[in-house]
Design a protein around this ligand. Structure first.
Ligand SMILES: NC(=O)C1=CN([C@@H]2O[C@H](COP(=O)(O)OP(=O)(O)OC[C@H]3O[C@@H](n4cnc5c(N)ncnc54)[C@H](OP(=O)(O)O)[C@@H]3O)[C@@H](O)[C@H]2O)C=CC1
Ligand SMILES: CC(=O)C(=O)O
Ligand SMILES: [Mg+2]
Length: 683
């Protein structure tokens, strides 16, 4: 037995059946009844009896009749009659195997194989999810190239289910009742719109078996190995080649074509209970620049982490790419480019589209959906953050998430490099979103510690952009977010000069330009400091300011090093050096969880400090002994639960939480809210 579906179409008036399914088509005026068909309907209803069955309310699942039989009714429609492709279905049999949300592959039990018409569709062996993970990891490891592994992972993951929304039915009574409502509704629909109804087997034509729970289990159990695949650095390459590797849509594309109807477009998304949206406009994808619509890989990757690292239900996550064109000429010339082939819209046109998007989100999902802005160019990112942070629950990951993770790394590093936070001098290469965002949060924390005005703390922090050190003589021509950093200082052109003159104790790379921490720069840092703290934040690996090996070699093993994209341990002079991954992936999943579990309505800087404090506290003596300033990702779900608890506690303290009463034990509560991708048992 395949799917049990009710279809509404144009004019079909007959009842038919295929070899293992029912096709019952009922017109508005006439309903033919077929006894064996009715028996089968009853048997389908029995299938779902008392079980955790699923009812699809999809208005437009893809349906392919593979036996040549006309199953929709559209073949009977005359040219001037409109056909309504409306499908409701209960997943079982072949379709259940092709449903990424419910598929378990060989892990379907004997009972499930009987109850859900899977006999013969699977080989006889029954395996555990653990064995499936082991097998898949073996297969993934066979691929030589990270991009091949990425594609394999994406083929396993499912952002969009074959059906669109599900109702879990817990009792036979409920099944029958709902079924009845659906049938009545469809009959009314067909009477009103001249459609017909058919009960038929639904077919899909997917080539690969997708299994959402297995994807997340794989990622959670092998986070160290797979994070560099689904996230930086491989996701960067995937975005660059998105047009070529694109197989199926993975998120919501909102382009200028959708202007005026974004709310309508949003309603096309299959899942309604959205808790977090990651949105990009693709203009600054990692350190790779403008990748236009191909930036979709980033929201998809970030949200995979929201689920795997932060425990958000996959169906609560919505990746969005806003396509306003691209200024990347290579993409505009590329016949496989998937986005709008026009130069970027700017100014009012851009802001109007963004505003329509923000309003539609609020209207469709309510006040408490978290919107994470990701990889916007800085000329829009700061403005959007300022404009919407007072009236939406928003968060800019590149500005705020990065700030929180780096502050945590610096605070943790104090155990290794000595001193207190206000004792240190910071020099940044790169004064954009990441650079100024981090600088501001460090200054804020310093001020809290010293009780001095933030302007005083800022004096210990210096930034360089592409034109050199940010100094007061440049103030008039500086972008607004750089102005607070324009110190009274002589102009300095290069990083090396700046290191020599300013003598920073902490050097932070956030320029998106690779290989800028040269041997001379690292040597200068080392000659000024017993243990220089060096953070090469730029992603992906190709844009890293230096490699881990370079940092350790050029500092003769004295540097404490962390980077945005991961590096393997390095052996130098007979000793193994471990470097941490200073990446906002440590923060946003737990931070988002903290906001959601407290029902926070706004993001506050103190919440970023709370996240930071929690992360820094979770670095263990064992980590320090290895020279690490971040805990390993292996423990990330525990880390995220602790971050979430600290953030939620701050939300309650600030009066920004709406979910009352406050749970006593926020860590336990956060853990209890986390999705875990174990298979469910189907009755
Ligand atoms: N590890 C992590 O978690 C994160 C890492 N990043 C990485 O940080 C990098 C920068 O991101 P973001 O801040 O958003 O980008 P922005 O474009 O906002 O900022 C880049 C900054 O670098 C400056 N810059 C560019 N080239 C040079 C150069 N040759 N010498 C000195 N300065 C230069 C720019 O100067 P000007 O203003 O003059 O153009 C600008 O100030 C990216 O690679 C990104 O992947 C970002 C977020 C998180
Ligand atoms: C990590 C990240 O958000 C970035 O590189 O943009
Ligand atoms: Mg980013």
């Amino acid at each position: 037995m395949g799917n049990f579906s009710i279809n509404c179409f144009g004019t079909s008036k007959k009842i038919s059946k295929d070899q293992n399914n029912i096709h019952s088509r009922v017109s508005g005026e006439k309903e033919e009844k077929n006894v064996s068909g009715r028996k089968k309907i009853e048997s389908v209803l029995k299938d779902v009896k008392g079980g955790e069955s699923v009812l699809d309310l999809s208005p437009r699942s893809t349906v392919v009749g593979d036996d040549g039989e006309e199953i929709y009714g559209e073949d009977c429609a005359t040219e001037d009659q409109l056909v309504t492709p409306l499908t409701f279905s209960v997943a079982s049999g072949y379709s259940l195997l092709r449903d990424p949300q419910y598929n378990k592959g060989l892990a379907f039990t004997e009972n499930e194989r009987d109850a859900h018409y899977l006999r013969g569709l699977l080989p006889p062996t029954v395996t555990s999810q653990e064995l499936q993970v082991k097998k898949l990891m073996n297969s993934i490891r066979q691929y030589e190239l990270p991009l091949q592994k990425y594609v394999a992972m994406m083929n396993l993951q499912a952002r969009i289910s074959t059906r669109y929304s599900y109702i879990t039915l817990n009792s036979m009574k409920c099944d029958l009742f709902l079924m009845l409502i659906l049938v009545v509704w469809c009959v009314l629909w067909s009477m009103m719109y001249g459609s017909s109804i058919s009960l038929h087997k639904k077919k899909e034509n997917f080539k690969t078996e997708r299994n959402e729970r297995l994807f997340y289990k794989l990622l959670i159990d092998n986070v160290d190995e797979l994070l560099p695949i689904v996230y930086t650095p491989t996701v960067g390459e995937a975005c660059q080649k998105y047009g070529t590797i694109f197989q199926r849509p993975q998120g919501l594309y909102i382009s200028l074509k959708e202007k005026g109807k974004i709310l309508e477009v949003m309603k096309n998304w299959p899942h309604k209970s959205i808790q977090v949206i990651v949105v990009t406009d693709g203009e600054r994808i990692l350190g790779l620049g403008d990748l236009g619509c191909q930036g979709m890989g980033i929201p998809v990757g970030k949200l995979a982490l929201y689920t795997a690292l932060g425990g958000f239900r996959p169906s609560a996550c919505l990746p969005v790419t806003i396509d306003v064109g691209t200024n990347n000429q290579k993409l505009l010339n590329d016949e496989f480019y998937i986005g709008l082939k026009q130069r970027r819209a700017t100014g009012q046109e851009y802001y109007d589209l963004l505003h329509e998007f923000m309003s539609a989100v609020k209207q469709n999902y309510g006040e408490k959906v978290l919107i994470q802005f990701e990889d916007f160019a800085n000329h829009n990112a700061f403005e959007l953050l300022t404009k919407y942070s007072t009236n939406h629950l928003i968060f800019n990951d590149d500005i705020q998430g990065t700030a929180s993770v780096v502050l945590a790394g610096v605070v943790a590093a104090l155990k290794l490099i000595g001193g207190t936070l206000p004792d240190h001098i910071f020099l940044f290469l790169g004064a954009g979103e990441a650079g100024t965002g981090i600088a501001e949060l460090i200054a804020l924390e310093m001020s809290k510690q010293t009780k001095a005005p933030i302007e005083e703390s800022r004096k210990k922090i210096f930034l360089l952009d592409s034109k050199g050190l940010i100094v007061s003589s440049r103030k008039n021509s500086l972008q607004h977010f750089k102005k607070p950093w324009a110190h009274e200082h002589e102009p300095v052109k290069t990083l090396l000069e700046a290191v020599k003159i300013i003598k920073p104790t902490v050097l932070i790379g956030s320029s998106g330009v690779g290989k800028t921490f040269t041997k001379e720069v690292i040597e200068a840092m080392t000659s000024n400091n017993e243990k220089p703290f060096i953070l090469a934040l730029s992603n992906p690996t190709s844009q890293s300011e230096c490699t881990a090996e370079e940092a350790y070699k050029w500092s003769e093993g004295r540097a404490i090093f962390a980077s945005g994209s991961p590096f393997d341990p390095v052996e130098y002079n007979g000793k193994v050096y471990y470097s941490g991954q200073a990446n906002n992936a440590y923060i946003f999943p737990g931070f988002g969880l903290g906001l959601v579990i407290s029902g926070a309505i706004r993001v506050h800087d103190d919440m970023l400090l709370a996240a930071s404090e929690s992360l820094a506290k979770q670095v263990t003596d064992e980590n320090y002994a290895k020279g690490l300033t971040f805990p390993p990702f292996t423990d990330i779900r525990k880390i995220s639960a602790n971050i979430a608890a600290n953030v939620a506690a701050k939300a309650y303290e600030l009066g920004l939480a709406t979910l009352l009463p406050r749970p006593q034990n926020l860590v336990k509560y956060a853990e209890s809210c986390m999705y875990f991708p174990l298979y469910c048992n189907y009755r």
